[in-house]
Design a protein. Structure first.
Ligand code: SAT
Ligand code: MN
Length: 589
């Protein structure tokens, strides 16, 4: 008898008409074979993968994308629910029938002359009841290899699926990588994504943002859990106690650096569990528990170096899991290594830029694309937590929210309680970065860092957060941070990176009740001298400025929040509305 999986493959074969079908088993032999294929196969006149210097970067390969295909395409990303209201003003919406008709038009026969890779995969550790079964088809060997790093691909997924028809279906083709024929269509009610015309991570590795956030957030809404754009990390104290945190930041705000941080304060250690996505469930003991559905890092290369993120550099040089991929970095011709801004202080003399041209250092342009990436297994990470594969996940004591803001938002503050925390997270704003195509540097509201990833109406999503809060007894503390505040001269006031641990330490002290707070207009602030600044040369005035609430800035902020809330009409929960009007009163607007 044919299983649902067989039927899906058959349906895909009939639609896509590939020359060959390859079903992935997830083995290392298979990876070696596919790497071999990628080193020969041409995409737009370029081979898909080039081997890098094996001594410097073992088991590593270079991929250059089409210049038009370097980031998520939010304007081409749709959530296709029965009604427009279900998708909400936070999503582009198309009628599901119309969307499918359009996509089938693109997909029909698109794999003629190509191989269809069938990727059975599990998001989450396969024995966990929180893990989910998925299948993606693709014609990109780069995507197939990337998926193998980012998720558990192969036999275990096929076994888990068995005769069941309950699995996520993803259909992907790079087509001819034409931005005019590019769409990423989500059908949350059918557990389906159709993605055409892009090979870029967030558009093409369907286990990532498409499934584990957009579709899963909708599943979580229906089933009583949360799928969030968050890191997961354990902070170990000198006494050996580990406290688990979640952290939500918009793309390219340093999430990956935070979760691989080497603390500046003696005796502490950070254990890494995830750098991008957390699935959060209410445990039997009425606490929140989080798992990372992914098994790899798809991290931004620029800014990553031995000074800023030594653990990631070690991860990239580890050869436990095969292979590691680099996409759209520059290449140092001298020794055939990937190069990007921030990996070394000096610029090598003989560089090829991310488009393969000889790099002109006087051009004023970076050599690596600002959104160039590495794709590497989490098992290569030396600080991987021993609890990473824990079937239940890890219990959460703190949730950190943060954005990239040159002004307004203080270095750190704490929300008074769960609902105030949900409010604080709902008003999160950040300057736009290179991870999504579009203009850089404008502030946009990005509640819970989920604006581009929430697969349903964000008003309903806020209700859902408040509801989850009602179901737990031991609430994690909720914090807001901003590492990016600048002074009058446009200089960052806080050094960031390693020193961020000083703030994490303050949070630990708050969680353990070792330090008090000063209550101010927007939340609870550190008491005088409660942030550990030992061995750190920062002036008292600078700290005051970092923690300052500027009333004029906040008046502007409140009107931006109101504008944002207004888009959701009466979908915004009354409780959040009340928080906003209280804030308005406090600032006299
Ligand atoms: O969406 S991606 O995963 O490609 C990158 C990001 O924005 O986090
Ligand atoms: Mn992300």
């Amino acid at each position: 008898m044919l299983t649902s999986l067989d039927l899906f493959v058959r349906e895909m074969r009939e639609l896509l008409i590939p020359d060959n079908i390859y079903i992935m088993d997830g083995s290392r032999d298979e990876a070696e074979k596919l790497v071999g294929v990628a080193q020969k196969s041409e995409v737009g006149g370029r081979v898909s993968l080039e081997k890098l210097n094996d001594e410097e970067y073992p088991n590593s390969y270079y991929h250059r994308s089409a210049p038009n295909d370097v980031a998520r395409a939010e304007h081409l990303t749709y959530v296709c629910t029965d009604s427009k209201e279900q998708a909400g003003p936070n999503n582009n919406w198309m009628d599901p029938q119309e969307a499918k008709k359009r996509m089938v038009g693109f997909f029909k026969g698109t794999m003629k002359g190509r191989t269809m890779y069938v990727i059975p995969f599990v998001m989450g550790t396969p024995k966990s009841k929180y893990a989910k079964n998925c299948v993606q088809v693709t014609d990109s060997v780069y995507v197939a290899l990337s998926m193998r790093i980012m998720s558990r691909v192969g036999k275990q997924a096929i076994e888990r699926i068995g005769n069941s028809s309950d699995f996520f279906r993803g259909v992907h083709s790079i087509g001819d990588v034409n931005p005019d024929k590019r769409f990423i269509m989500h059908f949350p009610q059918e557990n389906l994504v159709m993605s055409f015309g892009s090979g870029y991570g967030g558009n093409a590795l369907l286990g990532k943002k498409c499934y584990s956030l957009r579709i899963a957030s909708y599943l979580g809404y229906k089933e009583g859990w949360l799928a969030e754009h968050m890191i997961i990390m354990g902070v170990q104290s000198p006494e050996g106690k580990v406290t688990y945190f979640l952290g939500a930041f918009p793309s390219a705000c340093g999430k990956t650096n935070l979760t691989l941080l080497e603390p500046v304060l003696k005796g502490y250690k950070i254990w890494t569990l995830g750098d991008d996505i957390a699935w959060i469930n209410v445990g039997e003991d009425k606490q929140l528990y989080a798992i990372n559905p992914e098994s790899g890092f798809f991290g931004v290369a620029p800014g990553t170096g031995f000074n800023t993120n030594p653990v990631m550099m070690k991860t990239l040089k580890n050869d436990k899991f095969y292979p590691t991929l680099f996409t759209n970095t520059a290449i140092n011709n001298f020794n055939n290594t990937p190069w990007w801004e921030g990996v070394s202080d000096d610029i090598p003399t003989d560089l090829r830029d991310w488009q393969g041209q000889k790099y002109d250092r006087n051009s004023g342009k970076p050599a690596a694309h600002p959104n160039s990436r590495f794709t590497v297994s989490i098992y290569n990470c030396p600080t991987l937590s021993p609890e990473y594969d824990n079937l239940k996940g890890v219990p959460i004591s703190g949730i950190i929210f943060g954005g990239r803001r040159r002004d307004t938002i203080p270095l750190v503050y704490e929300a008074e309680d769960w609902n105030s925390g949900v409010f604080t997270a709902s008003i999160l704003g950040s300057e736009t970065t290179a991870a999504a195509s579009g203009q850089l540097g404008n502030v946009r509201r990005d509640p819970m860092a989920m604006l581009p990833f929430c697969g349903y109406n964000m008003g309903d999503y806020f209700h859902h957060w408040l509801d989850v809060g009602k179901r737990i007894e031991k609430h994690p503390k909720i914090f807001m941070v901003n590492w990016f505040r600048k002074d009058e001269n446009g200089k960052f006031m806080w050094p960031g990176f390693k020193d961020n641990f000083r703030i994490i330490k303050w949070m630990l002290d708050r969680i353990e009740g070792k330090t008090g707070f000063k209550k101010r207009e927007i939340g609870l602030f550190p008491e005088e001298n409660s942030i550990d600044l030992s061995g750190f040369d920062i002036k008292k005035e600078a700290m005051e400025k970092l923690l300052k609430i500027d009333r004029e800035d906040w008046k502007r902020e409140i009107s931006m929040i109101e504008e944002f809330y207004a888009r959701f009409g009466n979908k915004i929960p009354v409780d959040l509305r009340n928080h906003l009007s209280n804030l308005r009163k406090k600032f006299g607007v």
